[in-house]
Design a protein around this ligand. Structure first.
Ligand SMILES: NC(=O)c1ccc[n+]([C@@H]2O[C@H](COP(=O)([O-])OP(=O)(O)OC[C@H]3O[C@@H](n4cnc5c(N)ncnc54)[C@H](O)[C@@H]3O)[C@@H](O)[C@H]2O)c1
Ligand SMILES: [Fe+2]
Length: 386
């Protein structure tokens, strides 16, 4: 490599720390909102922390609406209903509050606030984002309640297209939250299986970003430290949900993963997205199932990098030590070793193998993915062959 060229972005303002949800009204004012719509999912809408967030907005003179019709793996109907709530309620911004599903849906609702074209015109393809009117994007404050997707620092929302059962990425550089509040206290109520699934999504982001072949040394640095945090703190957060230090470190790891993955993702996500879209499985958990099979598939292209990573993580050994660590972590966190554990058989492998290489994340995989190799990987993951 002689003189590399690349585009780098790290612009999110993050208020990080336990208890900082109290600053939500301040954050909304900073973002330019006077009448926010809080977008969350139906379960979180019933939780005390959500009621409290709305109460502190109202008490601070920012009358807040609530929209909670968001399913896990959100679909376009969720976005369009949210858009109606935004417009009819006269809201001038969105507080996206929840896991990746609510964050993504809330961000896309805010993005669509003043657009005249349909949402699918803004899929993350080429320069399609330039079709959007930047002045039509309502401000966003993001408040994650899981530690995994990192959507709170991202410029995209993942929405499932119901007609094709495909997860699509809606992207605009200004879809990024104006302010993010990372308050680890909001994540202590996550049950262990969601802690595991979301935490392993953060790991998948760091790992795939680190391995993606494009030039982005800053992203690589962030990704390796993100993986160290996962190694040290995810088992603690899983065992003891109230361990606030572990929760905080995982919140960092999640934001770091998504900051790093502007460098690229890869086959873990490309294989996982069709499964999530067709079977509605949890995104992070699905990634975790595929992780070791993809590592082996990519081995020839990433062996040296993984050796460096293994040394940084303090593992005794090289590529095989890293693979063993991944397998052990999955086991300890109750992640199934095969697709069968997600209740998935080979019935739709044809469809999935055609979808995976088309997924926007496929291009970041260090070894090209074709329909044949995607099928091979689905078969390995079903048989549990390591
Ligand atoms: N925008 C991005 O860059 C990006 C990156 C990765 C994934 N995603 C998307 O994010 C979605 C997955 O997000 P997720 O993994 O955060 O899961 P999620 O938002 O679907 O939430 C999973 C479950 O956890 C519950 N939950 C959330 N916070 C909780 C808390 N504090 N206590 C108890 N329960 C809680 C939710 O109610 C839900 O039932 C997928 O649609 C995926 O495609 C987006
Ligand atoms: Fe992900």
């Amino acid at each position: 490599m002689t003189s590399p060229r690349s585009n780098w972005n790290y612009p999110t303002a993050i208020r990080f720390g336990a208890g900082r949800i109290a600053e939500l009204p301040d954050a909304c004012r900073d973002a330019g909102m006077t009448r926010p719509l809080l977008v969350t999912d139906p379960f979180l809408a019933t939780q005390a922390m959500t009621g409290r967030a709305i109460a502190i907005l109202n008490e601070a003179g920012l009358p807040a609406g609530l929209f909670a019709d968001i399913k896990p793996n959100p679909v376009e109907t969720n976005v369009y209903r949210g858009l109606e709530a935004l417009r009819f309620g006269g809201h001038d911004g969105v507080v996206a509050f929840g896991g990746g599903s609510a964050l993504d849906a809330g961000k896309v609702v805010a993005f669509m606030a003043g657009q005249t074209r349909p949402m699918w015109d803004f899929e993350d393809i080429g320069d399609w984002y330039t079709r959007a009117d930047p002045k039509g994007i309502a401000p966003i404050v993001a408040v994650p309640t899981t530690a995994g997707t990192g959507s709170e620092v991202g410029r995209a929302g993942v929405i499932t297209q119901e007609a094709t059962h495909t997860k699509k990425v809606i992207f605009h550089p200004l879809m990024i939250p104006k302010v993010t509040i990372c308050d680890p206290e909001l994540t202590v109520g996550m049950p262990p299986h969601i802690t595991a699934g979301t935490g392993l999504d953060a790991l998948a982001h760091c790992l795939e970003a680190y391995c993606a072949p494009s030039y982005h040394p800053m992203a690589e640095g962030i990704a390796v430290e993100g993986m160290r945090l996962v190694k040290e703190y995810l088992p603690r957060a899983y065992r003891e949900g109230a361990d606030i230090e572990a929760r905080a470190q995982m919140m960092s790891a999640a934001a770091m993963g998504a900051t790093a993955f502007q460098k690229g993702l890869g086959a873990i996500h490309a294989l996982s997205h069709p499964v999530g879209a067709l079977y509605d499985t949890h995104h992070g958990l699905t990634n975790a199932v595929f992780m070791p099979y993809v590592l082996i598939y990519n081995r020839s292209a990433i062996e040296t990098k993984i050796e460096r990573l293994a040394a940084y993580l303090g593992l005794a050994g090289r590529f095989d030590a890293f693979l063993e660590w991944v397998l052990g972590l999955r086991r300890d966190l109750g992640v199934p070793h095969t697709l069968e554990g997600l209740k998935i058989g080979p019935e739709r492998f044809d469809e999935m193998s055609a979808m995976a290489p088309e997924d926007p994340t496929a291009g970041g995989n260090p070894v090209p993915i074709t329909q044949d190799t995607a099928r091979h990987l689905y078969e390995e993951a079903l048989a549990g062959r390591i």
